[in-house]
Each structure stands twice: as C-alpha cells, then as structure tokens.
Design a protein around this ligand. Structure first.
Ligand code: SF4
Length: 392
C-alpha cells in the first residue's frame, strides 16, 4: 500500500494534491517557544498593509484569530475575500477546501495562502473524485443515474464541487441544505428524483428527515470502501437520499448519552448542536444550526440561561468567554479540537506572513481553471437558490 492509499496520511508525510490530506509543509518555522511571535506577526502584517487580507475560521485558535481581519464560516470568508480585490494575498486560517473555495471565488490576480498545507479536512477527504465517479457509474448500471442530482456540502474538495457542477448538481451549506435539497428534487420533476449527498451523511440525513420529511427508510448510505457501495441495485432504486459515507471527525463524536446526562444534571439546560452531529444527537437537541446560527443564538440568549454546545471547542470556548453572564458548557468531555484546523498556529502564520514580506509566496493553494469553472457552476446554482443565507 502506498502512502496515498492511506485513509489519512500521517500529517506532514507524503504528498497528495488531489485530496485534503496532510502534505508536507516546507520552510523553517519559528520555534513555538519564541516569545516574540506575536510581535513578529503584528510587524509582518503591518509591513504588508492592504496587500494582505487575513481570514480566520470560527474554529481557529485564539492565537491566530487575533490576527484575522474577518472571522466567519468558510463560505462567508471566501466571499469576504472576493470583496477585497485590492488584497494581493489572502492568508486563509482555515483548512484546505476553504482555501480552494477562496481561490475559486477570488480574482486570478489574488494569491491564496494556507499557512500549513497539512491543514486538511478529514470529512472532505472521505469523498474523492475517483470514488464518486465509480459510484456515479454504478448508478448508471442500476438504471437510476438520470434521476440522481448530486449535492455537495461546502466542506468538500474543489473537484467534488466541480463534479456536481458538471452533473447538474449544486453546493450547499449547513444553512441552506434544505433549500438545496428542495431544488435538487425539483430538477427531475417526475417524482422519481433522488439526491446523492456528499460528503457528510449526517447533514444529509438530518436535513432530509427532519426538514424535508423524508423517511429514514428512504435514506441509504453509499460506502465507497464496499463493492457497489455496499448496496444492491434494488436498494439504490428504492432510495430517495443516497448519503455518502462521510462524517466530521469532531461533530460525529458527540453522543446522545451525554445529552441525557447533562439534562439530568442541569435543569433547564438548552442543547444546541451543529447538523454535522449524528441523527441521534440532533434528535435529542433543542436547537440545531450552523456556526453562525449557534453564535447568534448565544448572543440572543437570556442572561443566566445554561447551554451545552455541540460544535468545535475553540468556538465554544470563545463563546463562553464572550458571554460570562450565561452558563456555557461543551457538550462532551471526550471530544476535542479539530486537529487539522489546529495545524494553523502562530509559528505557521508568522512564517507565512514574513515570507510574503520577503517577497516569497509560500503554500499557495490554486485550483486548475477547468475544475474552477465547473465548481463555479455548482456554487452559482447555490447562490441562485431562493431565500436563505448561504452560511455553513
Ligand atoms: S471540524 Fe470537521 S468538517 Fe470542519 S475542518 Fe474539522 S474535520 Fe473538517
């Protein structure tokens, strides 16, 4: 087995530019113990001035977020970058698929930098183009391909978005997944439409069942590691939702048992979770929504109320710090930070910024023009969807 066949490459080992996997991070990083790192980052950013625009995803560390010009979810950040065409360099403190999206949505003159190329996303990596094309062929063999509309979550690689663009599909976020599904089912018009939902089975299932009223029995899971996805042609023909077997390694770990424990311990506690959590957890929650929804819900909450939040720990800690008048706890003792998001630390940010000051663009993320054009088709279909905001 070669390194690139591993489900996840050991971080920093090997190179697989077709995936979200860990790839080598070249360069001499400053030592994490260097007491001057904050000052060095500040100085480098000041030297670059308007030429650089630093984006910080909600799940990033505090040490990095303090240097972000804007914070947000992946789609908001990509759009913020596109709204700053004067910035030559977009330093994306997030993960690889987010930097790809920023490259797709910004002008060719702008260069997108990911401070550590090992910051991939395990969920995005669970759907690879070759696997998805095999599944698509199997759907043709089962006689259903013409009825299937592919829908991919924003948290997917550019080539999966491009696949959706080429095949009549759309991108969605966790805020508009229901609208995207409605749109997808309406595309076929004959009542036989099916959706192939990539790559997060939980977002797909939660949206289909809880927001669209689709029966759990009409949802099947395509496992790319099984021959035929682990499904018979008859199961494929009966399904309305074909869920890709992918998940978020952070949100997928919250458990329904802990929800029960917290409810027993704290009278009146509100359980607020992200829809990437499992169906069992979402069923037990009081409120479910995107990171932006979670932030707004806590901002609007009454002082003295108690909340358990099921999303990435950096965001939960910042919410707890920002709202000392509310009792905010993390939903699970055993779930920790997104390890790949956390690859972006102060040494990598300093290294990326100082390299730009010295005239060297390091760790640039680019999407080839053909993939970009097809991915833009799927992204544009999302932007054309009615109603909701487009946040993940
Ligand atoms: S939190 Fe989950 S979906 Fe987000 S980058 Fe980490 S692994 Fe990917």
């Amino acid at each position: 087995m070669s390194l690139v066949d591993l489900p996840l490459l050991p971080l920093g080992k090997g190179r697989d530019l077709d995936a979200e996997r860990g790839v080598e991070c070249p360069g001499d990083l400053p030592a994490a113990s260097d007491p001057g790192l904050v000052e060095r980052a500040r100085a480098a950013k000041a030297a670059l001035g308007e030429r650089v625009f630093v984006l910080g995803h909600h799940y990033q560390r505090d040490e990095v977020i303090q240097f972000a010009d804007v914070t947000g979810d992946s789609f908001k950040l990509a759009r913020d970058a596109a709204a700053r065409p004067d910035a030559e360099f977009i330093v994306f403190c997030g993960v690889h698929f987010m930097a790809e999206s920023a490259d797709i949505l910004t002008s060719p003159a702008q260069q997108v930098v990911l401070p550590d190329l090992a910051a991939g996303c395990s969920m995005a990596d669970m759907a690879r183009l070759r696997q998805v094309e095999d599944a698509w062929d199997a759907m043709a063999d089962a006689g259903i391909q013409d009825s299937v509309v592919p829908v991919t979550y924003m948290n997917s690689s550019a080539d999966i978005k491009a696949f959706c663009g080429r095949n009549g599909g759309v991108v969605c976020t966790s805020s508009n997944a229901d609208v995207a599904l409605e749109w997808a089912f309406a595309q076929k018009g004959d009542g036989d439409a099916k959706v192939l939902f990539l790559p997060d089975q939980h977002l797909g299932r939660n949206t289909a069942v809880l927001q669209m009223g689709i029966d759990l029995d009409e949802c099947v899971v395509w496992d790319p590691r099984q021959p035929g996805g682990g499904l018979t042609p008859e199961e494929l023909r009966r399904a309305r939702m074909i869920l890709w077997k992918g998940h978020c390694s952070v949100h997928g770990r919250f458990s329904a048992d802990v929800v029960d424990e917290l409810r027993a311990q704290h009278l009146g506690i509100h359980i607020l979770v992200h829809p990437e959590c499992t169906h069992e957890v979402v069923l037990k929650a009081d409120l479910v929504g995107s990171t932006e929804f979670i932030i707004k819900t806590i901002e609007a909450a009454e002082p003295g109320t108690t909340w358990a939040i099921g999303t990435e720990l950096n965001l939960v800690k910042r919410l707890a710090d920002a709202h000392p008048d509310k009792n905010i706890v993390f939903l699970d003792r055993n779930v920790c930070y997104c390890s790949t998001m956390n690859r972006i630390d102060l040494p990598h940010l300093v290294w990326a910024l100082e390299s730009l000051v010295a005239g060297t663009v390091v760790n640039q993320v680019t999407v080839d023009p053909e993939t970009e054009a097809d991915a833009l088709v799927a992204l544009q279909r999302m932007l054309d969807l009615p109603g909701k905001s487009h946040r993940d």
